[in-house]
Write a protein that binds this ligand. Structure first.
Ligand code: 5GP
Length: 347
């Protein structure tokens, strides 16, 4: 047994130190980033925020709404190829450019990904997603997908340490998805005791990825726009959001009326709810590692995404970053033991 003594940090453990700046207004801040991806060589430009591939977040409707802001959506993997055909048929190249096709690592997943990607050349991103990215099987699967799709942008995860980021990039991933346990409806840390505070995971994994010319997605744990900024400040190239985008009209979750109020169901993709819906229940060898919650219904996602983007722009003005790309270079985090003043609760 070994213990690593240096304390790892979450978003709640830091704040940005403000810095002198010549920026007069947040409207001067550019959130669009341009990337050229390592293996595929493909170029992409957009706002590097991604709606999570959860079935009450990453819907086709969410993709259409967020693409207007050049924001991405990782479409959840429970749509059929026919559903995809309808979506591809009705949507512009601009929307498809802001979409990731999610997949697991089974043979059936591989075939389905091939069928979906064959629907349109405008589909650019493949998101290979398993809960435990430390499985050797993931590395082999990434190699297989890279061989089949040499010119597509491949993301793989989830992992939380630099060694595995490097292994996945060397196997063919352009982007590595980072996060084990920070999610709003995740119970992995409680059920297994495994995890890594998300800000430190981002800082360490970004360093490993950037050293090899790869990128990372900070996935999970953001509870407010300030956390999204902290993820970018820590070095995340993309930030993935589940809970912050759940509960909206476009999230396509189940609406529940209770005591005269309207709620939307939101659940982890390894929760009992998800497994009942998609896999005929929780297999007897495993435990559910996600929870189910009812969120007050929030209406269209438009205001929320503007609020998040406005918050990140504002962070950039506080530290003097004219572009999102500069935010991490302009970031000094101070370690703190307080965040907001909660005397009247959160908005
Ligand atoms: P959030 O933004 O809600 O904090 O986190 C979203 C992320 O939580 C997702 O992108 C995914 O990585 C993770 N996640 C989603 N469902 C589950 C689950 O059932 N169990 C665990 N461990 N993580 C989940």
């Amino acid at each position: 047994m070994r213990i690593e003594q240096d304390l790892k940090l979450g978003f709640k453990d830091v704040l940005f130190r403000p810095k002198r700046s010549t920026l007069k207004s947040r409207s001067q801040v550019e959130l669009t980033r341009d990337f050229t991806f390592k293996h595929s060589g493909r170029q992409w430009s957009g706002v590097p925020i991604i709606a999570a591939n959860m079935d009450s977040v990453g819907s086709f409707d969410m993709a259409a709404a967020l693409a207007k802001h050049h924001v991405m959506t990782a479409i959840h993997k429970h749509y059929s190829v026919d559903d995809w055909a309808g979506f591809v048929h009705n949507h512009s190249a601009e929307v498809l450019k802001h979409v990731m096709v999610s997949t697991g690592t089974s043979e059936a997943d591989f075939q389905k990904t091939k069928d979906i990607m064959a629907l349109s050349d405008d589909l650019l991103f493949i998101c290979i997603d398993i809960a435990n990215g430390y499985s050797e099987h993931l590395v082999e699967y990434v190699e297989k997908v890279r061989t089949a799709f040499p010119d597509k942008v491949i993301s793989a995860g989830n992992v939380v340490t630099g060694d595995m980021v490097e292994e996945l990039i060397l196997a063919g991933a352009d982007i590595v998805k980072v996060g084990i346990g920070p999610g709003s409806v995740c119970t992995t840390r409680v059920k297994t005791g495994v995890g890594y505070p998300q800000l430190s995971a981002i800082i360490e994994c970004a360093d490993a990825a950037h050293g090899l010319g790869g990128q990372i997605i900070g996935d999970g744990g953001c509870t407010c726009a300030g956390d999204v900024s902290k993820a970018f400040g820590g070095g995340a190239d993309f930030v993935m959001l589940g809970g912050m985008l759940a509960g909206h009209e476009e999230s396509n979750g189940e609406i529940v009326e209770k005591d005269g109020k309207t709620y939307m169901k939101f659940y982890g993709m390894s929760s009992q709810s998800a497994m009942d819906k998609h896999s005929g229940g929780v297999a007897n060898y495993r435990a559910a590692e996600g929870k189910t919650v009812l969120l007050p219904y929030r209406g269209p996602v438009e205001n929320t995404i503007q609020d998040i983007m406005g918050g990140v722009r504002s962070t950039c003005t506080y530290v003097g970053a004219a572009k999102l790309k500069e935010l991490t270079k302009r970031t000094t985090f101070i370690r703190v033991q307080e965040q907001e003043n909660n005397v009247y609760g959160r908005e």
